[in-house]
Design a protein around this ligand. Structure first.
Ligand code: NDP
Length: 251
C-alpha cells in the first residue's frame, strides 16, 4: 500500500465538535477530505464555518445527547441526508467531580448516559450501516481512567473504563466485516473540561511534572491520530486503545 491519506467522499459523524478535542478532530478529518456531520445541541456554527472553508461539506444535526430517542434516530438521518456513514467519532463527554460518598445519583446517571450509553447507541446504529456496507471506522474517545482509577470522578472512571471494553467487544464482532473499532486515550489536554484543574496551581503543577513530554496536550494533538484511525492505513488495527498522552501511561 502506498502511504497517503485521502478521506474524500467519506462521511464522518462527530459528536462534541463545537470545541476542544472534537472540534480539532472534525477539522482534521475535513482537512483529509471527509465531509462532516456534526451532532450538536447548540446553534454554534464556528466549526461548520471553519470546515466549509476547507472545501468539504459540513452539516449540523441538532442532537442533545441527553435525548436518547433523538440519539437513536440521528445516525439514520445522517445516512439519508449525506448519503453514507463511513466514520463515527464518539467524542462528546462530560465530567462531574465529587467525593465518592457525596456523589449525587443524578450526576452518576448523567455521566453514564452521555459517556457510555450514548456511545453504545451511536456505535450500534452506525454498526448496522457499516457492517452492511462492509466498511467503516469507529473511533471512541476513552481516557487515562480507562486504565487508572482517577480521584473524585467515580462515574467518569466507570464510564470510560467501560468505553475501553466496549471498543474491544465491538471490534471482536465487527472486525471481520470491514469495520474497525478503536479508541483514542487522551492524556491531560488543555480544554474547557479541565478548567478547574488548570486553575488549581498545585494540581496543575503536579500534573505537568508527571507528563514526560513536559506540556499539557492541545486539541490539535488529536488530528493525526484520528485521521490515521479513520483511514485505510489502520485497516488491520482493531480494538486498540491508542494513548495520546505525552507519555503519561508509560511513566
Ligand atoms: P469539552 O468539555 O471541551 O467539550 C465537550 C463537548 O461535548 C462539547 O462539544 C459539548 O457540546 C459536547 N457535549 C457535552 N454534553 C453534550 C450533550 N448533552 N449534547 C451534545 N453535546 C454535548 O471536552 P474535551 O474536548 O476536553 O473532551 C472531549 C472528549 O475527550 C470527552 O469524551 C472527554 O471525556 C475526553 N477526554 C478529555 C480529556 C481532557 O484532558 N480534556 C482527557 C481524557 C478524555 P456543548 O458545546 O453543547 O457543551
Amino acid at each position: 500500500m502506498t502511504v497517503s491519506i485521502n478521506l474524500k467522499d467519506q462521511v464522518a459523524v462527530v459528536t462534541g465538535g463545537t470545541r476542544g478535542i472534537g472540534k480539532a478532530i472534525a477539522i482534521g478529518l475535513a482537512e483529509a477530505g471527509a465531509n462532516i456531520a456534526l451532532l450538536q445541541r447548540s446553534e454554534n456554527k464556528e466549526a461548520k464555518q471553519e470546515i466549509e472553508k476547507l472545501g468539504v461539506k459540513c452539516e449540523i444535526f441538532n442532537c442533545d445527547l441527553n435525548d436518547i430517542d433523538r440519539v437513536r434516530n440521528v445516525i439514520p438521518e445522517v445516512h439519508e441526508k449525506m448519503g453514507s456513514v463511513d466514520i463515527l467519532v464518539n467524542n462528546a463527554g462530560i465530567q462531574r467531580r465529587h467525593p465518592a460518598v457525596e456523589f449525587p445519583e443524578s450526576d452518576w446517571d448523567e455521566v453514564l448516559n452521555i459517556n457510555l450509553k450514548v456511545v453504545w447507541i451511536l456505535c450500534q446504529e452506525a454498526g448496522k450501516i457499516m457492517t452492511s456496507q462492509k466498511k467503516g471506522k469507529i473511533i471512541n474517545i476513552a481516557s487515562l481512567v480507562s486504565f487508572q482509577g482517577g480521584i473524585t470522578v467515580p462515574a467518569y472512571t466507570a464510564a470510560k473504563g467501560a468505553v475501553g471494553q466496549l471498543t474491544k467487544a465491538l471490534a471482536n464482532e465487527w472486525s471481520s466485516q470491514g469495520v474497525n473499532v478503536n479508541a483514542i486515550v487522551p492524556g491531560y489536554i488543555a480544554t474547557e473540561m479541565n478548567t478547574a484543574l488548570i486553575n488549581d496551581p498545585v494540581r496543575s503543577r503536579q500534573i505537568l511534572e508527571r507528563i514526560p513530554a513536559g506540556r499539557w496536550g492541545s486539541p490539535e494533538d488529536f488530528k493525526g491520530t484520528a485521521v490515521y484511525l479513520a483511514s485505510p492505513l489502520s485497516d488491520y488495527v482493531h480494538g486498540h486503545l491508542l494513548a495520546v498522552d505525552g507519555g503519561w501511561l508509560g511513566r
